[in-house]
Design a protein. Sequence first.
Length: 255
Amino acid sequence: MPLTRRKFITSTAISAAGLAFLPTLNAQFLINSEEDNLKKRALKIHGRILTLDTHCDTPLRIMYDKIEMGVRNDVFKSGSKIDFIRMKEGGLDASFFAVFLGQGKRDAESNIKAKQNALDIFDTIYGQLIKYPNLAEIAINPDDAYRIQKTGKRAIYIGIENGYAIGSEILNIEEFYKLGARYITRCHSKNNDICDSSTDDNGSEHNGLSAFGEKVVIEMNRLGMMVDVSHISDKSFYDVINLSKSPVIASHSSS
């Protein structure tokens, strides 16, 4: 069939369009290849190192939603994002389970209740570890994480989020330490007896750490317990930095 002028122009335009599109295809191919290589490198690193989540609020779901850590939960049904099964599937070797307390009243009766709430969460965490001993184990020092990793189990550390659990009794710190807690966050969304929060609507109360808060830092240093600066005000943060004899942590960001 003879090539008409119209067909010639059409075929030439299509060919030109195809040639023009080739650099885009090649660029996308290179991008995809680079992403694949980065993923492979990341997975290789992930599989080689010990991975640690420094703040996990799952204990509250265990306590109130009756989530079982030894089964694979459906996030769309339970809302739970962590269990021992999915930790293994995702290559998460260790995690700090949070003993979280919202800030309440700061009178003697409320402080007693806050401490008991904290103890109940400790019991909840240990309850799951006792129930699923082949899947996870309590960890209390850095070496435990590596030892437990070699067994194929998950290493579970405990951190207290909000020093409200201490109330105004310094001896509570050592009690929590003996229960396995290895860090305490100074406060949460409101000021407490230890320090000022970064988000209290009433603003500063202590101008940073209180006198009691200074004793808390000193006692935690003595015990070898990490001081967590998440949620605290700028002034509280610098007071902790100036006082602490040991490095501090921020267990979770955007706080």
